[in-house]
Design a protein around this ligand. Structure first.
Ligand code: NAP
Length: 250
């Protein structure tokens, strides 16, 4: 129960890594605002946490829209009175080889991941600076290091690492830490969609990855949630500007 009395906001919290993170933060005692582009998906995830005895609300928000991001943070603060932890899990992919990638797919991925992370961090820090404390955890990916067919996603995910290092420098004086978790292959709808695009079953994709992974399995959303919970807790109070790869491999 490291997060008792804390208030967390998790974007993309309706599904996958975000949903597992919201559950984990709630299990550790935090009240959680779950934001997702689909209000119903966010509400369902929040209802699940309440059923388990936690405190949670659902919020509809497109993280690429500044007005919606500001409203999401305002709703969280009006419901729970403060904001201690921001985790930015909202995301999507639009893969294609660079020479075939449309401008729309470039813009959508950059706007969702990079601009979205910036807008959420900007709105959250305004509350956290006044409180003189906060934890911001941004989500990158091993694809930041380069991945065929993901020029848009890779650029956004490496950009997020630079964004976090810069925010860490600017916000440290207010006792706000900013760190990054960079997952490898995690079993979610996002990787299911990748298997479909590649024309293989999800099981084939899982098995192929596991065969070359040192821990011999793919990651689960809970594997990532554990790393995020560490950065969100007081255990990480002197750790900032770092990127932790959660990929079952060096
Ligand atoms: P997921 O299961 O698809 O969950 C992402 C959630 O974000 C979905 O509910 C999605 O809604 C929502 N979303 C999409 N665009 C949004 C927007 N503009 N505003 C608010 N919410 C939005 O994916 P995931 O695998 O958990 O991914 C979570 C994060 O981890 C992402 O940043 C992803 O890039 C990162 N990541 C994932 C993996 C992996 O292997 N799964 C690896 C590395 C990094 P819709 O479903 O309606 O689109």
């Amino acid at each position: 129960m490291r997060l008792q009395e804390k208030v967390a906001l998790v974007t993309g919290g309706g599904r996958g890594i975000g949903a597992a993170t919201a559950r984990r933060l709630a299990q550790e005692g935090a009240a959680v605002a779950i934001a997702d582009i689909d209000q119903e998906v966010a509400d369902a995830a929040a209802a699940g946490i309440r059923q388990d005895g936690g405190r949670a609300i659902g919020v509809g928000c497109d993280v690429s829209r500044k007005d919606q991001v500001e409203a999401m943070v305002a709703r969280t603060v009006s419901e729970f009175s403060r904001l201690d932890i921001l985790v930015t899990c909202a995301g999507l992919i639009r893969d294609n080889l660079a020479h075939k990638m449309s401008e729309e797919d470039w813009d959508l991925v950059i706007d969702t991941h990079l601009k979205g992370s910036f807008l959420c961090a900007q709105a959250a820090q305004a509350v956290m600076v006044k409180q003189r404390s906060g934890r911001i955890v941004l989500i990158s990916s091993t694809s930041a290091l380069g991945n065929r067919g993901q020029a848009n996603y890779s650029a956004a995910k490496m950009g997020i690492q630079g964004l976090a290092r810069t925010l860490a420098l600017e916000l440290g004086r207010y006792e706000i830490t900013v760190n990054v978790v960079a997952p490898g292959f995690i079993a979610t709808r996002m990787t299911e969609a990748t298997a479909e695009r590649m024309g293989i079953t999800f099981e084939q994709m899982r098995d192929g990855f596991a065969a070359t992974n040192p821990i011999a399995r793919v990651g689960e959303p809970e594997d990532v949630a554990g790393a995020i919970a560490f950065f969100a807790s007081d255990d990480a109070s002197y750790v900032t500007g770092q990127t932790l790869y959660v990929r079952g491999a060096p």
